[in-house]
Design a protein around this ligand. Structure first.
Ligand SMILES: *Cc1c(COP(=O)(O)O)cnc(C)c1O
Length: 231
């Protein structure tokens, strides 16, 4: 784990990247939230985030987040950004403040059921594989109307918006196309269903500029803040 001083310097660099990307496309930097991704880093990373003035962290595994949550005494929002197996849905509902990686109807229905049992309305994002990457999770674009209708029809979930992970590709135009596709998908859904789907969670360390240009409201950043992850 890097020292706090290094995290602080990294945070400044990421903020500078956000600022520059916003300037380039005429957006206000306040419209882009930074979600620090603390997966594969010790609980100190969560502490750094809060000391740095940020209020939420992204984690990709239920077990790891659960352990960090019990050993961290401060206040922070926990967001799940990784694929969730249905058999861990109950724990995930108990641990996370929002689940961004809702990628199947089976999972959606289970999350609704457990949120109801636990007496809460759980904010979610619907994950789409707009880059059509066979290695990535997410609904296909063509399923969008059906999926949103199902999500709006359950009582214990609140759909904040959409999320995607771009295909890994040296050509950043591939990521750009996936992000623009998610934004167009959101715009169409919001209009057809007369709902507001304000959150567009897209962009990571390598492609945050492309995501901001395409309308991202939240970038999820790990490596640029905490350094390389060691698995
Ligand atoms: C790990 C991860 C990130 C952060 O990736 P970096 O390239 O380290 O910034 C963002 N989103 C998801 C879904 C991830 O799993």
């Amino acid at each position: 784990m890097i020292p706090y001083s290094e995290f602080e310097a990294n945070l400044l660099l990421v903020h500078a990247r956000i600022l520059r990307a916003c300037e380039a496309c005429g957006r206000s930097p306040e419209t882009v939230a930074l979600l620090p991704v603390t997966k594969n880093h010790p609980v100190e990373a969560v502490d750094f985030v809060v000391r740095g003035g940020l209020t939420a962290v992204g984690e990709n595994r239920v077990q790891e987040a659960s352990e960090k949550r019990s050993s961290y005494s401060g206040r922070v929002q926990w967001e799940l950004i990784g694929h969730l197996q249905s058999n861990k849905a109950r724990d995930a509902v108990a641990i996370f403040d929002r689940i961004q990686s809702v990628d199947s109807l089976k999972l959606l229905r289970r999350l609704d059921r457990f949120a109801g049992e636990q007496g809460k309305v759980l904010p979610i994002l619907l994950q789409f594989n707009t880059g059509e990457d066979p290695n990535k999770y997410g609904f296909a674009r063509g399923e969008a109307d059906f999926v949103l209708e199902a999500a709006l029809g359950v009582a214990n979930l609140k759909v904040d918006g959409l999320m995607t992970v771009a295909p890994l590709d040296d050509d950043l135009d591939v990521a750009r196309a996936a992000f623009e596709s998610l934004r167009e998908l959101r715009d169409g859904l919001a209009e057809r269903f007369s709902v507001s789907l304000p959150e567009l969670s897209m962009g990571m360390t390598g492609d945050l500029e492309q995501a901001i240009a395409a309308g991202s409201t939240q970038i999820r950043v790990g490596t640029a803040l905490f350094g390389e992850r060691h698995y």
